[in-house]
Structures are given as C-alpha cells and as structure tokens.
Design a protein around this ligand. Structure first.
Ligand SMILES: *Cc1c(COP(=O)(O)O)cnc(C)c1O
Length: 231
C-alpha cells in the first residue's frame, strides 16, 4: 500500500527537478492526475496524499466517478475528445475542459453551464503535429476561436493544450511544445490574458516543462499502466 502516494511524491519531484533545470519556479507548474480507467478508490487514495485535481477522458466514466466522490473537494478536468451530444453532462459536472477544438462545442458548453456554478474554465486543444489525423484546432484557426470563446458568457478561456505526436526525436518533440508556447505568447501579445499551457504527460513532462508547461497531465506515472478493457 501507499504506492499511489509514493508515485505522486515521485512525480512531484520530477516536476521540481525539471523546473529547477529550466530556471523556473516549481510552484508555477501544477499536477493534474489523470485517473481515466481507474476506480474511484484510487482517486480517493490520491486525494489522501494531497492531490486535488483529476483528469478524465470519457464522459460517463468521469460523471460516475464525480458522483461517487462528491464528498471530497476535488477539481475535475475533462481532457478527452468531446462530441456535441455529450456536452451537457460535462458542462454540469466538470470544472475545466482542456479539449475544445471547435466553436460549436464551446457554444454548447456555455449555454449548458448551470447558473449556480462558476464559469467553466477552458483550454483550446491545438494540433501541434500538423497531422490531419490528429485532433485539435490548427494553429491558423486559434486566434479566431479564442476571440469567439471570449464572447461566451459562461466560459473562461485559460489557455492552450496539446498532445504532441509521440517521437523518439527529442528536438522534434520539444519543437511541438515550443510551438504551443509561442502560440500562447502571441495571443497574450494581442491582448488576451491566458495563464495555462496544458502540456506534458508521464513520458515527456520534463520536455514540456522546459518549454513552459504550467499544467502537466500525468496518468501512468501515478496510477500505473492502464487497461482499456472498459472502453
Ligand atoms: C491519458 C492522457 C494523459 C495521461 O497520459 P500518461 O501517459 O498516462 O501520463 C494525458 N493527457 C491526455 C489528453 C490523455 O488522454
């Protein structure tokens, strides 16, 4: 026992080391624990170790887990692909959505966000590899999508998210994170005040932190290897 706790301590130490190496304040990087495919009891164990923010990819699984853990003061982030017919439970149950790639989804989330809840915190997911098969908004479309999201009353745009193309080529990987950072800088130079770069996972968090990540999304290094049998 105690394995999730020690894994969180290990990841926290990796984040700290990577921040120091990059000349950054470790406090400027937050850890999102990605609990997809893992049961509520594992999330509870992570909470006992001090973890408050959790990421989920699948709407129904996430909503069920949120209900099961309603006694805990957790922050829930939706980070998976989102179809328009599934926006309502996300708007009603989550605190953040990282995976917005088109305006229609954002409009629905804003319209469906309950009035008694604070605005939904959102990031635009960007296709940093440029591959047609990858999800995310193209770089060229980001400024217009950001401007449109800013008009939506029940959403608060916080920043950008990416899932880079996996590659052994460290320079190529780093270049994808750098491109997302530069995109955020350009938005901020044009007058936006975005504070979130959601990038970096178990295998590449050090590279993402070197390029400015403010939130790393870590699953495997905390909860262990996933089995996708449920999905
Ligand atoms: C699963 C997932 C993660 C976590 O990946 P690990 O490699 O297990 O750390 C992060 N972000 C997204 C969008 C994911 O789907």
């Amino acid at each position: 026992m105690g394995t999730i706790k020690s894994a969180i301590q290990g990841v926290t130490e990796r984040i700290r080391q990577a921040a120091i190496t990059a000349g950054r304040d470790p406090e400027s990087i937050s850890l999102l624990a990605v609990s997809k495919t893992f049961p509520a009891e594992n999330v509870r164990e992570a909470w006992q170790a001090g973890q408050l923010a959790f990421g989920e990819n699948y709407v129904q699984e996430g909503v069920d887990k949120i209900a099961e853990l309603a006694d805990l003061p957790l922050h829930w982030h939706f980070i998976g692909p989102l179809q328009s017919n599934k926006t309502r439970p996300v708007a009603e149950n989550f605190d953040w959505v990282h995976s917005i790639e088109r305006l229609k989804i954002a409009e629905r989330l804003s319209a469906q966000r309950p009035a008694h809840l604070p605005p939904l915190q959102v990031c635009i997911q960007v296709n940093v590899s440029g591959e047609a098969s990858k999800s995310g908004c193209e770089f060229a479309g980001v400024p217009a999508l950001a401007a449109a999201i800013r008009q939506l009353p029940r959403l608060q745009l916080r920043g950008l998210m990416c899932i880079p193309e996996p590659t052994e080529d460290l320079q190529q990987l780093r270049g994808q994170f750098a491109a997302l950072r530069q995109c955020l800088q350009q938005l901020n130079q044009s007058g936006l005040q975005l504070d979130t770069l959601s990038m970096g996972m178990s295998a590449d968090m050090e590279v993402a932190i070197a390029e400015g990540a403010t939130m790393v999304r870590v699953g495997t290094a905390i909860f262990g290897a996933r089995s996708y049998a449920r999905h």
